[in-house]
Design a protein around this ligand. Structure first.
Ligand code: ATP
Ligand code: PRP
Length: 211
């Protein structure tokens, strides 16, 4: 049976390629030019599933894919049930932050409205610090929410801070640090250990060499 690796297009796919190459796994087509959602590799025993970044953990959890590469931010939000997380790949590094208009005081004693796609992480962060919030679920362009009055602040990923700056916002509180992780379906890890273990070891070696 073919081993399936779930990846999202863009930075995760691009940054994972050199690490997979160390395990002699190469896509036979590019997800940017192909319309196929199952992409063959140059090996007959491995193929790629192209899914949304936020769906990778779900595919691997339920066995739709044996392996996947997913941001820690997504794993924290998903919960990570049914997954083994053997390697921090050290790619797609970013921080999950509470962000809002410059100089905003998040400690003021009102019920803040927080827009985010990370509803679980946001709820947990504010509950841990004893603050009542109303969570508004969004799927993207979170920075628009405080600019339009939809929310007081957002919880989103920040890397360079350029997106925040361009929209007159700033990072106010750290929620979690993130980098992409290799995840493996718990059952596949046992049943297909002989195929998966060498891939993990070769990717681990490549990560150590590049760090
Ligand atoms: P979806 O399409 O499911 O909404 P997405 O748009 O967040 O997901 P990407 O932008 O490809 O998908 O991000 C994939 C992962 O890369 C994120 O889960 C996060 O861990 C990380 N990431 C997101 N933005 C950045 C960034 N600007 N710099 C570095 N890493 C990032
Ligand atoms: C992410 C995230 C922020 C931005 C943060 O968006 O939702 O909007 O990156 O990165 P920055 O701090 O470096 O500006 P997206 O996936 O669209 O990122 P991209 O613009 O890098 O593609």
């Amino acid at each position: 049976m073919t081993l399936r690796i779930a990846l999202s297009k863009g930075r995760i796919f691009d940054d994972t390629l050199p690490l997979l190459a160390a395990a002699d796994i190469h896509p036979a087509e590019s997800p940017e030019t192909s319309r196929k959602l199952i992409l063959p590799s140059t090996r007959g025993d491995v193929e790629f599933l192209i899914v949304r970044a936020s769906d990778v953990a779900t595919y691997v959890q339920h066995g739709g894919a044996d392996l996947g590469v997913v941001g820690k931010d997504v794993l924290l939000e998903h919960g990570g049930d049914g997954l083994v997380e053997p390697i921090d790949l050290g790619i797609a590094k970013c921080k999950l932050m509470v962000c809002g208009p410059k100089g905003m005081d998040l400690s003021k004693n009102t019920r803040l409205r927080i827009a985010t796609k990370y509803t679980h992480c946001a709820r947990k962060h504010f509950a841990a610090t004893g603050r009542q919030v109303e969570i508004i679920k969004l799927y993207g362009s979170m920075e628009l929410a405080p600019l339009t009055g939809l929310a007081d602040a957002i919880v989103d990923v920040v890397d360079t801070g350029n997106t925040l700056k361009a929209n007159g916002l700033e990072a106010l509180e750290h929620v979690a640090s993130s980098s992409a992780r290799l995840v493996v379906n718990r059952v596949s890890m046992k049943v297909r250990h002989d195929e998966i273990a060498p891939i993990i070891e070769r990717m681990r070696h490549a990560v150590v060499q590049t760090s």
